[in-house]
Design a protein around this ligand. Structure first.
Ligand SMILES: [Zn+2]
Length: 149
C-alpha cells in the first residue's frame, strides 16, 4: 500500500500533540499538520492490506489503553484532545485507503508528490524511524499527562 506511514505513528503523534495542546480543535488541526513531517520522514510502507488492518487495530488498542490510563490518572479532560489529535493524525491517510480500492485522485500534499514522501522499502531503517517516532510520542504523552493542569 503506497503513501502510508503506519497509523500507529500518525495516531500517537496526533494524540501526543492533542494532550500537549489540551484543546480539541487545536488537537485535530495539529494532528493533520503533523501528518506532513511524518510522511516526509524516510519510512517503510505496508506491503499488504492485512498489515494495514493489523496496524489500525493496534492503533485503536493503544489509544484505548491511553484513554483508560488518562481516566485512572484523573485526567479525563485530556481524552477528547487525545482522540481528536489521533484522528487528525490519521485522517489524511483515509484518502490513501479509499484510493487503494477506488483509485480516486489524492489531495494531501505528501500523497500527491507535491511534498517529498521518501520510501525505504529495503533494510530496517524505515521501520526504526517509525519506532523512534512512536517511542517519542509515548514519552511526550507521559510527560504531558504528568504536567499540572
Ligand atoms: Zn500519509
Amino acid at each position: 500500500m503506497r503513501s502510508a506511514v503506519i497509523s500507529l505513528a500518525h495516531g500517537l503523534t496526533g494524540a501526543a500533540l492533542g494532550v500537549m495542546l489540551r484543546h480539541p480543535a487545536a488537537a485535530l488541526l495539529a494532528g493533520v499538520i503533523s501528518h506532513i513531517p511524518l510522511d516526509e520522514t524516510p519510512h517503510r510502507d505496508y506491503r499488504t492490506a492485512l498489515a494495514a488492518i493489523v496496524d489500525l487495530v493496534a492503533t485503536a488498542a493503544v489509544l484505548a489503553m491511553a484513554c483508560i490510563y488518562l481516566h485512572r490518572r484523573q485526567r479525563a479532560e485530556l481524552v477528547l484532545p487525545l482522540l481528536l489529535g489521533a484522528v487528525g493524525g490519521i485522517l489524511p491517510d483515509l484518502e490513501v485507503a479509499i484510493g487503494y480500492f477506488y483509485h480516486q485522485r489524492l489531495f494531501f500534499p505528501t500523497h500527491t508528490g507535491l511534498l517529498p514522501h521518501p520510501q525505504l522499502q529495503s533494510g530496517n531503517l524505515g521501520i526504526w524511524t517509525q519506532v523512534v517516532v512512536i517511542l517519542l510520542d509515548l514519552l511526550c504523552l507521559g510527560v504531558a499527562t504528568a504536567a499540572p493542569r
